[in-house]
Design a protein around this ligand. Sequence first.
Ligand code: NAP
Length: 358
Amino acid sequence: MPVYAVTGASGHLGRFAIEQLLARGVPPSDVVAVVRSRGKAASLAGRGVQVGEADYSRPQTLGAALAGVDRLLLVSSSELGQLAAQHTNVIAAAKAAGVSRILYTSMLNAGDSTSPLAGEHRDTERVLREAGVPYTLLRNGYYTEVYTDPLGQYLQAGEILGAAGDGKIAAATRPDYAAAAAALLQHDGGNRAYELGGPAFGLPQLAQVISEVTGTKVTYRDLPAGEYAGAPQQSGLDEATARFMAALDASIARGDLETSSQDLARLPGRPVTLLSEVVRAAYDLLKVRSRTAVIGLIGAGNIGGTVARLAIDAGYNVVLSNTRGPATLTDLTRQLGPHARATTPPLTQQSTTADAAL
Ligand SMILES: NC(=O)c1ccc[n+]([C@@H]2O[C@H](COP(=O)([O-])OP(=O)(O)OC[C@H]3O[C@@H](n4cnc5c(N)ncnc54)[C@H](OP(=O)(O)O)[C@@H]3O)[C@@H](O)[C@H]2O)c1
């Protein structure tokens, strides 16, 4: 049986890809979750998945993590500006370790996209082609979640601001892309690129679906790119980020995020999740997210962290508390992300009850 490795396994897409491999019947012992620090894969390790510890920027860590791996899903890094150099390290280490196929999560239409994000993916694709290891390019479109995560903000403002014009976005959910990745990991195809995207929608249509699903009227307001770059600054974005976001929308307006490919539905053999379903799920989560779970911990250990992760995934904000004080929970809250914080009062009867209830 081949051994599969998935990098970025502490992130959203990597986690889903591992779940999909397991759901397809791959034994956990034949899967390696590659993470920057072992603790981030504690729950996967508890289910029998192997864990490899590696950082794309530290080549010396990559060889050991990829030893014995047959097929590698290289999930693109989230550290913009460093992608090509980091991915080159991973590809070189995979080749040296004798990996027989590398699948890389690239970007839709990377070959000729004008998106400011495309260059690093194009460079990685070139390195992969030249490495001489069989490869598969998963050119993923945008995640639908990118457009539903700010749902609360849209509902509050009653509008979506953008500079995407009539541009269409062939988005799909992370689980959709992960299902295609898992199918292709088990597939012996020739070296090729798959353009992966779902049914395309424009931002006016997004506003319409949100209005229908939530019953709150939301409209789309299209702005010239320069004006749009100024608008989010009011809500705290620095100028460079605001200009970058405007450039991303300008690329959508030019049609970079469209595709006629049906590969995303065909590969895993299941329909791509509908936009209305993703909006509905985000709306349900938003209603739950107004609730907070208080979790009492003993120390800052893995069990409490796993409970907190489950609570966050179920839509709660979590407040962590232990007898040693919030300073001892800094690493854990950082790992858990923006929906977790530590609180000053020590463990109380109330938090113990909340923990038990979860
Ligand atoms: N298609 C889209 O709309 C879209 C949107 C956003 C991002 N992306 C791309 O798709 C990728 C996966 O998406 P996602 O939602 O799963 O992102 P994510 O949740 O941010 O996960 C990124 C993963 O990459 C890992 N990583 C980052 N830098 C690393 C390094 N130097 N060495 C080893 N691992 C590193 C992170 O590890 P840590 O947990 O240690 O940080 C994390 O596991 C992103 O990284 C980005 O390239 C696509």
